[in-house]
Write a new protein. Structure first.
Length: 643
């Protein structure tokens, strides 16, 4: 008990106090702990661990909990009765610091496992599941998730991965400074939390280790085929199966047959390097951030970075201290959200609470999830009556803009020349907002760093020349210029009914029903497909879990109907996409004149989900049979040797 009391003192300084209060109240039934004077508030872009409680009240919280917490440490969740519905709502409203609308409560309770914790699939799986073969393309976050659920439900499956290891984006991107920009205790599967994240926003190696652990924990390793590329697949209408050609590391082709295909290749997997005159004559090293070359020495070199998007934003501070001179070429400035714990390690006391105090981890994840459930979405919607000021689209949007500029001014200090370069011209939310704890502007202020906003005219053998004729020496050029986001699935080719090819059908403007299924392509499913990207309201892991849940429901529909295949009705798909387009047109990222990777070449927003998270969760709970065309037949048998 004494050791636990000593741990409490350490843990209290690291704890998220509102979550600690709520966890204890949850287990003890002490609803009197939800005192008005302890009710948290969360001012934008501020430290939130203490819930903005004054120091005197923090002492009072410690005194009230000091004797209670040690009695709860290490006990199983089953020791504690489920709070009644009214008490649960009180706990939720308290930790959120505001009243949560009733429509969100079922989502929050189910997805965050407040009352029970299970890694078992919701679907039991049909008795004939082993005769139904699923081919999963990609062994990143979404592909591994699909593998877990397919295995739990009893399906035969094979995951193919073109790289030499699992991890997807966390394998491909190993540039200096690479880390996640979603809180780690939220960026993880809801059914498999990690209480040992080293940082609040962990680095690439820690993220990859997490997914390796998932693969081993759930026994997926034997079903993952590495160094294997998906080349082409044809839907065989007469047999009701997919016939796919894979290519191994040795260049040899392999033909496989599957009842269903799940694409888990993601959106950001094809690096984009803009064509610049003279690139081919550059004598130094050139590389994209997603194809980092560890053989290129940066120490003491003149380095040029093209772009200031998410990857470049992380690379630049990481290499500024080793390069002799670093020139940053910026086309458009990003909005930067102050995030004090962006590079901060998770305290040992916090780790102890997450592991040892029942329900603390659940409530901590709940709080993180709620803060991102709506996020800044209300500020990103265009007010048609708003008279634009400095590019803003509404009064709330203007207030956030002003607050962020004020933060920039504080950090820039006397460097007013720099301030004008880093204030974005686009409305807040028009492009991806980046996280920062002050390191970005501190890096731009270094003596060996120059931020250039003039357009690049050409590249010479040893320099980069801007439109004003200024030539800046470069021995290494790094492109942080993003990805071909709208070119889903390429270079793979998918041929559906009648031999129609999917990327040709999309013509650079991808569309799908719920981002998951496509008319004319039976039993073909996407995870993180068109219009499922999140801008300000959650984690992509959540979206992937919703999509996989929906896919498992679709496979169960096949069993119930004794059908060979299903595909969405064209009219349902068209109506859905019309609603998405209408809503995206009202958002900051859909405004005319705003350029970003969310838009396809046509100008349509092909990436983003513009509605609340609760809406996506609701529509993916259970597939509606009325949305689909079924191929009514016995499930075709696919031999084990085919996959």
């Amino acid at each position: 008990m004494l050791a636990e009391r000593a741990w409490f003192d350490l843990a209290f300084s690291d704890a998220h106090l509102p979550c600690l209060i709520v966890a204890v109240a949850h287990m003890t039934g002490r609803m009197d702990l939800l005192r008005d004077e302890w009710r948290p508030s969360y001012p934008p872009y501020s430290e939130t661990q203490a819930g903005n409680l004054p120091a005197t009240e923090q002492v009072n919280v410690a005194n009230a909990l000091r004797d209670l917490v040690p009695k709860l440490i290490g006990r199983p969740l089953s020791d504690f009765p489920r709070p009644d519905s009214q008490s649960l709502k009180q706990l939720m409203h308290f930790v959120a610091g505001q009243r949560i609308p009733d429509r969100y409560i079922p989502l929050l309770l189910e997805e965050l496992g407040l009352n029970q914790h299970s890694d078992e699939s919701t679907f039991a799986g049909p008795p004939t599941a082993r005769d139904f073969k699923v081919l999963v393309i990609g062994a990143g976050m979404s592909g591994i998730l699909a593998g877990v659920k397919l295995k739990q439900t009893g399906y035969s499956y094979q995951i193919i991965e073109r790289n030499d290891d699992i991890g997807g984006t966390w394998h491909a991107n190993n540039y200096p400074g690479c880390r996640v920009d979603t809180q780690n205790h939220l960026y993880g599967y809801s059914f498999h939390p990690n209480y040992d994240w080293p940082d609040h926003f962990s680095t690439q190696d820690a993220l990859k280790d997490y997914f390796r652990d998932i693969v081993d924990h759930y026994g997926l390793r034997n079903n993952i085929q590495l160094r294997t590329s998906f080349e082409v697949a044809h839907y065989d209408e007469s047999a009701g199966v997919w016939r796919a050609r894979l290519v191994g590391a040795d260049g040899k082709s392999e033909e496989v047959t599957a009842n269903a295909i799940i694409s888990a290749v993601g959106q950001l997997n094809r690096p984009k390097i803009p064509p610049i005159a003279g690139q081919e004559f550059f004598k130094g090293a050139q590389m994209h951030s997603a194809a980092w070359r560890n053989d290129v020495e940066l120490a003491g070199k003149d380095v040029a970075v093209v772009g200031t998007g998410a990857s470049a934003f992380q690379v630049i501070p990481a290499i500024a201290g080793v390069a002799r001179r670093l020139t940053v070429f910026q086309r458009t400035a990003p909005w930067v959200a102050p995030t004090p714990d962006y590079h901060r390690a998770v305290g040992e006391g916090q780790k102890w609470l997450l592991k040892s105090l029942p329900f603390y981890a659940n409530w901590y994840r709940f709080w993180l999830f709620w803060t991102m459930t709506e996020g800044t979405m209300p500020t990103l919607r265009h007010d048609p009556n708003w008279r634009a000021k400095d590019g803003s689209i509404s009064a709330p949007n203007q207030r956030i803009r002003n607050a962020l500029i004020e933060k920039m001014q504080d950090q820039v200090g006397e460097r007013t020349d720099l301030l004008q370069k880093i204030i974005p011209k686009s409305p807040f939310g028009g492009k991806r907002t980046l996280r920062d704890d002050g390191l970005w502007i501190a890096t731009l202020k270094r003596d060996n760093v120059e931020l250039v906003t003039e357009k690049i005219r050409e590249i010479t053998p040893w320099s980069v020349v801007t439109a004003d004729g200024t030539e800046r020496r470069a021995e290494v050029i790094i492109y942080g210029t993003g990805f071909e986001a709208s070119r889903f699935l390429e270079p793979a080719r998918i041929f559906g009914r009648g031999g129609e090819e999917l990327t040709a059908l999309w013509a650079g403007d991808p569309r799908a029903y719920l981002g998951i299924t496509v008319p004319g392509f039976p039993n073909f499913f996407c995870i993180y497909g068109p219009n499922t990207n999140l801008v300000a309201q959650g984690s992509i892991v959540f979206i992937s879990e919703c999509a996989v849940h929906y896919i498992m429901g679709a496979l169960e529909l096949l069993r119930e109907r004794r059908a060979a295949a299903l595909e969405p009705r064209p009219e349902i798909t068209d109506a859905y996409n019309a609603r998405v387009d209408e809503e995206n047109a009202k958002m900051a990222w859909g405004m005319p004149g705003v350029t970003n990777w969310y838009k396809s070449a046509s100008g349509r927003v092909s990436q983003n989900w513009p509605f609340p998270l609760a809406d996506y969760w609701q529509v993916t709970r259970r597939p509606d049979p009325a949305d689909f065309i079924f191929t009514e037949a016995e499930l075709p048998a696919v031999g084990a040797k085919d996959l």
